[in-house]
Ligand binder design. Structure first.
Ligand SMILES: C[S@@+](CC[C@H](N)C(=O)[O-])C[C@H]1O[C@@H](n2cnc3c(N)ncnc32)[C@H](O)[C@@H]1O
Length: 289
């Protein structure tokens, strides 16, 4: 690719010059910018074409990359390091136990706290210590759109704040419960970083002992959430909406619990993401009448 090297701060004024090839993107490195040059115009350098990326798929959290699925080969790892220049690479083997703790193998660098933004929300966490699911991004946005300012919301499985923060930035008053002290620490930091510490109350411990409803909305972001439905219903009222996550088809269990507790309700199912070849991560919206 034929380019002219210019100081990066001159990029905005040079971009519309007649010699600039508008069909290609400028490349920046340090204080320099390399602008692609149209055929027939003078150029400074002929850069080799950037090869397409052929390494493994990854999830980026700040300067750390998280790999899912099979562990990469040594060559694939080198390709990834050369491409992304990360500070750390982790291979996620699985999530463990009720706290869904990540079981990771460190492939490169040293795990540490990372800070990143997703849909306007800032998160800090250590991906080797606590889970963060980017696959739930659309669900977080959906919840954010459903919230009315001033709603009283319970988040029974708050983690580092995936749903709590989405609800709080939409104007809800959130009671966040989380059993893992590490996650509680990040949740507190994240509420402060997003300017919602005044409207988020955090209780570190088992949600069943901290629920203090009735609430307008109850968020239940854990695969075992259907087993916690009775506990949630004891803190609900007519008009309460519950968002109950789970794996596979749990509608029979949910309707049994709702009918056993004597509630009239409407129930709708939403697919969040594919979890295994034939298993979906679903969320059931239940509105009590
Ligand atoms: C699956 S993670 C949160 C996932 C997150 N909601 C998401 O969508 O990515 C579930 C969280 O619930 C917490 N947890 C599990 N059992 C709990 C309980 N009985 N009370 C409070 N928190 C609990 C775990 O420690 C974990 O942080």
């Amino acid at each position: 690719m034929k380019v002219r090297r210019i100081p990066k701060n001159q990029l905005p004024e040079c971009r519309s010059e007649p010699w600039v090839d508008q069909t290609r993107r400028p490349y920046c490195c340090g204080e320099d910018a390399y602008l692609p040059v149209r055929a027939g115009f003078p150029y400074d350098l002929d850069l080799p074409e950037r090869q397409p990326y052929t390494g493994p798929g990854y999830q980026r959290l700040g300067d750390t990359l998280l790999l899912h699925g099979d562990a990469p080969t040594a060559d694939a790892l080198t390709t990834l390091i050369d491409w992304e220049h990360p500070a750390c690479i982790l291979h996620l083997n699985h999530h463990d136990g009720v706290m869904r703790l990540p079981d990771v193998t460190v492939l490169f660098g040293t795990p540490h706290d990372v800070t990143f933004r997703e849909t306007g929300i800032t998160y800090t966490l250590n991906p080797a210590k606590v889970m963060f699911s980017q696959g739930n991004r659309l669900e977080k946005q959906r919840i954010r759109n459903l919230i009315r300012p001033g709603e009283q919301v319970a988040d029974m499985f708050a983690g580092i704040g995936y749903f709590t923060l989405s609800a709080a930035v939409a104007g809800a008053v959130v009671h966040a419960m989380e059993i893992n002290p590490d996650s509680c620490g990040y949740l507190r930091r994240n509420a402060e970083a997003n300017g919602v510490a005044d409207t988020v109350t955090i209780d570190c411990g088992d949600c069943r002992t901290h629920l203090a409803g009735p609430y307008d909305r109850i968020l239940m972001g854990h695969f075992d959430a259907p087993d916690f439905l009775s506990a949630a219903l004891a803190h609900a009222k007519s008009g309460t909406v519950l968002h109950v996550h789970g794996l596979g088809d749990r509608t029979g269990d949910l309707t049994d619990t709702l009918q056993g507790a004597g509630f009239r309700y409407s129930l709708s199912e939403h697919k969040v993401k594919k979890y295994a070849s034939r298993t979906w991560h679903c969320v059931w919206d239940i509105e009590l009448r």
